[in-house]
Design a protein around this ligand. Structure first.
Ligand code: ADP
Ligand code: MG
Length: 445
């Protein structure tokens, strides 16, 4: 005679990329099930999920079905329509909220929000500005925007960025002066943009935390990030900057999470710059004091991601509780796990380039050799097509000490370098075409 059925918590996920896939793995380990809503058949998360609703993110029937099947829903990318989250929230627990996601979707709103709550950022202004009237014509409006709307003393070079949908450095262009703005803006498709002062960066950091529905926060140690061509290349856990600066980054991130009444996993990216180059609005004594305490290095918030973040993938191997497990815990209403690392770690991203050797031959790298390295965990995301710049997988290199980690990172980089000289063309198992990352994806960094 069958025994009584055990209760299974079923969670919903908007988006089916690699972040979703790792979330599915973490939730399933806790005995939960995951239903993924994503328009791309066979997307990375759907390969692992218990169920896949293959539909657009604004498909009302699919959204209602997700709400019917799940006790709680989250998103793994910020471009999910805020309206869909609002609709879900009428019936189930949703984390993060539509409001938090809507702010993170728009670089201008995001920076205004940071400033409003006293978090410093680079100097910025909207482009085109909003004061031009139709009567003046579009060109008059543009001219106004490039001059009148820049804060006094705004410094070039600057970066023109699309307000929405940019990710991995896409939708950005460097401009040397106000005179170059209009042309650059047209090059980005004449869409709403933000102009930011381009700063010489001493370092880049990210802080990842989880915040439960009870307002309790668990913050990971700070990550130190290295980007190449706008894409995250590697991330060190923990960061090796001065403790007061790192503490300030954690405090700022908690302030941001609190101001948003945020639920779920949140990442905030920071620039570290030398204090002779602060932006003008560095006016809060608290921040200036922190800068002094940190020995002339100051923090500026760059952007936030309302979800687990690429820089924190090594929490799977190096911490007691991974960022993905934290997301599942928040949704389930469980207490958060410990963010304590038990090892030092370095994340190394594997981009599509890796599939071409130095002679331009497309072949499968010898992943077995990588997996055999001591302290190295290999993750491949199950993407069917490699393309330059596309995130295909990552390595988490771990060491019990920083010195051991450094040796292992060098060994790993040497092996990857060696592999790039190897190989003749092999036939792919699948030649199936797949859209880049699904329609209107993006910002999955
Ligand atoms: P994305 O959404 O593509 O990650 P970011 O704004 O984070 O967009 O930009 C990607 C990278 O480009 C940053 O991590 C940093 O290395 C560089 N960058 C962006 N904005 C600036 C800036 N204002 N000054 C200097 N470097 C910048
Ligand atoms: Mg970024």
């Amino acid at each position: 005679m069958p025994g009584p059925a055990v209760e299974v918590l079923r969670l919903g996920l908007m988006g089916g990329g690699q972040l979703g896939r790792m979330f599915v793995h973490a939730a399933q380990r806790l005995g939960m099930e995951v239903v993924v809503l994503d328009p791309v058949p066979g997307c990375p998360a759907a390969q692992a999920a218990d169920r896949h609703l293959c539909a657009a993110y604004d498909d009302l029937q699919a959204i209602d079905e997700l709400a019917r099947q799940c006790v709680a829903v989250t998103t793994e990318f910020e471009n999910v329509p805020a309206r869909s989250l609002l609709r879900l929230a009428r019936r189930v627990r949703v984390a993060p909220s539509a409001n938090a996601v809507a702010i993170a979707q728009d670089r201008l709103e995001e920076k205004r929000f940071f400033r409003r709550i006293g978090i410093p950022t680079t100097d910025f202004f909207a482009f085109p500005g909003s004061l031009g009237s139709a009567a003046e014509g579009p060109d008059a409006k543009l001219q106004w925007a490039g001059t009148a709307f820049a804060p006094p003393g705004f410094r070039y070079p600057a970066i023109l960025k699309t307000r929405r949908l940019g990710y991995d450095g896409k939708g950005q262009v460097v401009v040397g002066s106000a005179g170059e703005l209009e042309r650059a803006w047209r090059g980005l498709g004449s869409t709403d943009c933000i102009v930011e002062s381009r700063l010489p960066l001493h370092a880049e950091l990210s802080v990842v935390l989880a915040r439960g529905f009870d307002g309790v926060c668990a913050v990971y140690p700070v990550f130190e990030n290295r980007h190449e061509a706008g894409i995250l290349a590697s991330s060190l856990l923990p960061a090796r900057l001065s403790p007061p600066l790192l503490e300030e980054a954690c405090a700022m991130t908690q302030r941001i999470a609190h101001a948003l009444d945020y639920h779920g996993v949140l990442c905030v990216e920071y620039f570290v710059v030398r204090s002779p180059d602060p932006p003008q609005a560095l006016d809060t004594p608290r921040v200036v004091n922190a800068a002094r305490a940190a020995g002339s290095l100051i923090l500026l918030a760059n952007e936030m991601a309302p979800r687990p973040h690429n820089s924190a993938h090594a929490t799977i191997e190096a911490c007691n509780t991974s960022q993905f497990e934290q997301q599942a815990r928040v949704l389930a209403g469980w207490p958060l796990g410990s963010t304590q690392p038990h090892r030092s770690a370095c994340l190394i991203n594997l981009l599509g380039e890796q599939w071409w050797n130095r002679s331009g031959v497309f072949r499968e790298p010898r992943w077995g050799a990588v997996a055999a390295l001591p302290g190295v965990s290999l993750h491949l995301y199950g993407k069917r097509e490699a393309r330059p710049g596309r995130k295909m997988g990552h390595l988490a290199v771990c060491g019990t000490t920083a010195a051991e980690l450094d040796v292992r990172v060098v060994e790993t980089m040497n092996l990857l370098e060696g592999l790039s000289r190897e190989g003749s063309s092999t036939k792919r198992l699948s030649t199936q075409q797949e859209p880049v990352d699904g329609p209107n994806r993006g910002m999955q960094t």
